[in-house]
Design a protein around this ligand. Structure first.
Ligand code: DC
Length: 226
């Protein structure tokens, strides 16, 4: 599979990775891997199958046999189906995030999802969004970006997104959740959330998304992709 260019976009939740990865993939006409969605579906599948997130052998079995299909809606949004049922909304809730972060700390779950992630690497290229894209899954990526922002700013952004979706949310609770999830994702033994040594780190706390995208495009140009 060599010869397929890969750009990795890692960072904590709410740093704008999803938006930047989507814009980048669209602009370049490349494939997009939302690796967080795979962990979210695994957590959701456990709820559906009646498996506790703490039952590591059973969760790993769910991950190994995950019947998940990604498809694009007419508005460009990525739809996610588990066993043929649309779970796109369910996996994007705060509980969905907690489940994903919990099951993602299980080594056998990460191993089960690795091959699926590699399968996204296809011509003309791949933009891979996650936590360990540049450090583990695609460590030979051509360009590695690490997007970050303060926890307060990320909580505020998440709050506005959820309110716009009509969900009932509480800002201090969101901030606590984000800090808890950061701690769990950064301190786990396997594939912790850290920038790759050769990653370009971009702090988007005080930068509007379009300016972050412009900064990213400069790096993409430097690599000769456009
Ligand atoms: O990017 P996201 O918020 O959808 O990710 C949800 C959770 O999944 C996140 O808290 C940690 C986990 N995750 C991971 O461990 N590795 C990835 N490559 C992507 C997500």
């Amino acid at each position: 599979m060599s010869g397929v260019p890969v750009i990795t976009v890692d960072g904590p939740s709410g740093a704008g990775k999803g938006a930047i990865s989507y814009m980048l993939a669209k602009h370049l006409g490349w494939h997009l891997l939302d690796s967080g969605a795979l962990y979210r579906v695994t957590g959701q599948a456990c709820l559906i199958e009646g498996v506790s997130w703490d039952d590591h052998p059973a969760v790993s079995e769910v991950a190994r046999h995950l019947d998940v299909v990604f498809s694009a809606a007419s508005n460009g949004e990525i739809l996610v189906a588990y066993k043929g049922v649309d779970v796109s909304g369910d996996i994007r809730t705060e509980e969905g995030g907690r489940g994903a972060s919990t099951v993602a700390a299980i080594p056998a779950v990460r191993a089960a999802l690795l091959q699926r992630q590699h399968e996204f690497k296809r011509l003309p290229g791949l933009v891979a969004d996650g936590r360990d894209m540049g450090t583990v899954v695609f460590c030979d990526a051509n360009l590695k970006l690490f997007l970050t922002a303060s926890a307060t700013e990320r909580a505020q952004r998440r709050y506005e997104q959820l309110i716009a979706k009509g969900q009932n949310v509480n800002l201090p609770r969101l901030l606590e959740d984000i800090k808890e999830r950061d701690a769990r994702d950064s301190s786990r033994e396997i594939s912790p959330l850290v920038p790759a040594e050769d990653a370009i780190v971009i702090d988007s706390s005080a930068t509007p998304i379009n300016d972050v995208f412009a900064q990213v495009m400069l790096e993409v140009k430097k690599k000769g992709f456009i």
